[in-house]
Design a protein around this ligand. Structure first.
Ligand SMILES: C[S@@+](CC[C@H](N)C(=O)[O-])C[C@H]1O[C@@H](n2cnc3c(N)ncnc32)[C@H](O)[C@@H]1O
Length: 311
């Protein structure tokens, strides 16, 4: 097994990695070797996996079952990406369609995105996501002031809020998401990390969020591609950030997913929205999802992340 020699130091990470490797050698061996070669942040990956065990009350079969949703998620990406290459569009074009066909699908029996656990494990096992976390922890989660207010929209599984607040004990947060699935996930991750009391968790549509004060740090991860008018999101966030505040943004470009709506065809199109909404790019980190591809090409999957300041 690829990570066996690290078992003593990172036992939870190695257990999950070994499970993934044996459950689907065809699909997982290559990515896990790439991960090893990328010298990931093992301490961070171990914490995510250790927390997953805690969230499953130590039941390893449950952890493995949830980790296996990442394999299905990756396979679905390959399938939907091929469709995108052929059709030049995502599966759905409106939020109403996604709501009816995906979020409220009675077969799935949940209200919200069906892949939240898959997304959780990608943070530990996808090279690109791991690198976004290094960027986030090193360049963003180091707050300028000892005290302040954080906003995360949407909070998804709550990981960004949790890790920001763990690094910044004097800060408080608002974590907002539309779906029950994500709100419950956020709640559990914050509670596990002992910071639930420092966060106001709001189940709310961001387009209805009134927001009575401004925030020193805002996190907006993988949201723009989930809405019909991403420029409206950025423009609203611009009104919510303090004059010397910062926004951490990630966005998917030309990368298919069951609930992606707005199709960015290049990183340049995201930059155009950033500028149009009154933000400037302080630092950015565009990555091609195919690690040997270029991040500046059109119509190739890009994981875009950036730290923005208001202008
Ligand atoms: C791909 S997840 C991103 C989660 C997290 N930000 C991350 O980067 O891991 C997209 C999230 O957007 C939420 N969402 C979609 N439309 C929303 C809206 N109008 N207001 C608030 N949340 C929304 C979904 O419920 C889901 O949790």
């Amino acid at each position: 097994m690829i990570f066996d020699d690290l078992k003593e130091t990172y036992p939870h990470f190695v257990n999950v990695a070994s499970y993934l490797e044996s459950a689907s050698p065809l699909f997982m061996e290559g990515p896990l070797r790439q991960l090893r070669d990328s010298a990931p942040d093992y301490a961070f990956a171990e914490k995510l996996c250790r927390d997953a065990y805690a969230l499953c009350d130590g039941a390893e079969e449950k952890v493995f079952e949830l980790a296996s949703t990442m394999i299905e998620f990756s396979m679905e990406f390959v399938f939907l990406q091929r469709k995108l290459e052929k059709s030049g569009r995502y599966l759905y074009a409106t939020f109403k369609e996604v709501e009816e066909q995906v979020y409220n699908d009675p077969e799935r029996g949940l209200n919200g995105a069906p892949y939240m656990w898959a997304l959780y494990f990608t943070q530990a096992f996808w090279v690109t996501h791991g690198r976004v976390w290094t960027f986030f922890l090193r360049d963003f989660a180091t707050a300028a002031a000892p005290h302040g207010n954080l906003l995360e929209v949407p909070s998804g599984n709550g990981l960004f809020t949790a890790h920001f607040l763990l690094k910044n004990p004097g800060w408080r947060g608002v974590a907002l998401d539309l779906s029950d699935t994500s709100i419950q996930f956020t709640d559990r991750v914050l509670s596990l990390n002992g910071i639930r009391a420092r966060v106001e968790v709001r189940k709310e549509d961001f387009f209805r969020f009134a927001g009575t004060h401004k925030f020193g740090r805002i996190i907006c991860g993988e949201f723009l591609e989930h809405v019909e008018e991403p420029l409206r999101v950025l423009a609203r966030l611009r009104t919510l950030v303090e004059p010397d505040g910062r926004l951490f943004l990630t966005a998917a470009v030309w990368a298919a997913n069951i609930d992606h709506i707005y199709l960015y065809k290049s990183a340049e199109e995201v930059r155009a929205h950033i500028r149009a909404s009154g933000f400037a790019i302080e630092r950015e980190f565009p990555q091609n999802v195919f690690l040997d591809g270029r991040p500046d090409q059109e119509k190739t999957p890009i994981n875009y992340s950036a730290i923005l300041r208001p202008v």
